[in-house]
Design a protein around this ligand. Structure first.
Ligand SMILES: [Zn+2]
Length: 85
């Protein structure tokens, strides 16, 4: 696998949403769903343009899109808090 970092992604309400292997540097804009290692929300199998919500507070986390042929969650920056681990 390419170099990168495992990051914890939390909702602003404080619950853990995902663990994600982020390649490269820079701000986290989207999550490629196949690269999520721990999915507490259940993104797998959601349709394109679905808008998953935080299971605790119900805020929208973003929108599912296809990016380079892979399903991805484009993050709603207002809802997500990410922490490098
Ligand atoms: Zn929440």
């Amino acid at each position: 696998m390419r170099t990168g970092k495992l990051i914890d992604i939390e909702c602003r309400c404080g619950i853990l949403l995902f663990r994600y292997f982020k390649a490269g540097k820079g701000r986290l804009i989207k999550l490629l769903i196949p690269r999520i290692t721990d999915d507490k929300v259940g993104l797998e199998g959601l349709e394109t343009f679905a808008k998953p919500a935080c299971p605790a507070c119900g805020k929208e986390l973003g929108i599912i899109m296809m990016i380079h042929g892979e399903p991805a969650l484009k993050l709603n920056q207002g809802t997500i808090k990410s922490i490098r681990i």
